[in-house]
Design a protein around this ligand. Structure first.
Ligand SMILES: Cc1cc2nc3c(=O)[nH]c(=O)nc-3n(C[C@H](O)[C@H](O)[C@H](O)COP(=O)(O)O)c2cc1C
Length: 302
């Protein structure tokens, strides 16, 4: 038996596998399908200081190699989450990371203050959502704005801060370094890639928002490249995600430099995916004589 345990930002985790924001709800429904004790942590659906309605019209469409979504960060708001969901979430035998978003630097700070409560192990700051007009991506595509949000959140919380980056940029390293310099404890990447799907019959875009975020197996090579570039450039731990479907995919991300990973779209195709992925990692370690999963981080021979 190999050891899959990791220590991420002071949080002891049973495995490096974290449920990705927006694909696991707040973990309560998923706990009927998988053994949460095997999952390192869950990152909940993005929370803002007040409830957001999200986008109108069609929000999800399947493509040949993944899915496009434009949910628009619909969420009940941090106070409602804390009052109604957190008491149940705290009973799950895995760590909980609160993913958060805001429409201004002040809103990000306010949300961080609200979410600094027992039962939440870390904050994941989404500066990368492509599906909202204000906030989200605007902060993730400019190093100065990304740094400003990071600094404001760090000042507002005592929790470890993970900043989630957008792949919709030409130079990921400049954004990663800016958030590291601003005090981020970790970086997670990638969020979804901007795309469009068209209904040729009506000559209209399928999604209500016209554009949406592409996720799933199609984006894995892009994610791996960005994780590799970022892990080489920063000194803080990198959490890698994008298109992970199997245990061997996780191994690739860790070799590219990720200390932990997140599984997103795979959960939507198969709610048991994360437990299967952890089991496959265990088998991979046994077959390859790896006694401790941490050994493989950043071992890509490049
Ligand atoms: C339906 C859906 C909703 C999402 N909502 C969020 C969100 O609220 N906050 C966030 O940071 N990322 C969100 N994401 C992005 C995922 O967490 C992840 O970064 C992305 O899907 C790539 O990973 P994957 O290919 O494994 O899904 C969402 C993704 C999907 C598919």
């Amino acid at each position: 038996m190999s050891s899959l345990t990791v220590n991420y930002l002071g949080i002891p985790m049973a495995s490096p596998v974290i449920g990705a924001s927006g694909t696991v709800g707040y973990g309560l429904e998923l706990s009927d399908y998988i053994d949460m004790k095997k999952i390192g942590a869950l990152s909940g659906k993005g929370l803002a200081p007040t409830p957001w309605k999200g986008n109108e019209g069609v929000r999800v469409v399947e493509t040949t190699s993944g899915m496009l979504n434009c949910i628009g960060l619909e969420n009940p708001g941090a106070p409602w989450f804390i009052q109604h969901y957190l008491p149940e979430v705290r009973k799950l035998p895995t760590a909980f990371i609160a993913n958060m978003v805001g429409k201004s630097v002040e809103e990000y700070a306010e949300c961080a203050r609200m979410l600094t409560v027992p039962g939440i192990s870390a904050l994941e700051v989404n500066i990368s959502c492509p599906n909202v007009k204000e906030g989200g991506a605007a902060f993730g595509t400019d190093p100065a704005q990304a740094a400003a949000v990071t600094r404001a959140v760090k000042d507002a919380t005592t929790l470890p801060v993970i900043v989630k980056l957008s792949p919709n940029v030409t130079d990921i390293v400049s954004i990663a370094k800016a958030v590291e310099d601003a005090g981020a404890d970790s970086i997670s990447l990638i969020n979804t890639l901007l795309g469009i799907a068209i209904d040729t019959r009506t000559r209209r875009p399928i999604l209500g928002n016209i554009t949406g975020g592409l996720s799933g197996p199609a984006i894995k090579p892009v994610a791996l490249r960005m994780v590799w570039q970022t892990a080489k450039a920063v000194h803080i731990p990198v959490c890698g995600l994008g298109g992970i479907m199997t245990g061997e995919d996780v191994v690739e991300f860790m070799m590219a430099g990720a200390s932990t990973v997140q599984v997103g779209t795979a959960n939507l195709a198969d709610p048991t995916a994360m437990e299967r992925i952890v089991n496959e990692m265990d088998e991979w370690c046994d077959k390859n004589n790896v006694k401790d999963i941490n050994e493989i981080v950043g071992t890509l021979k490049d």
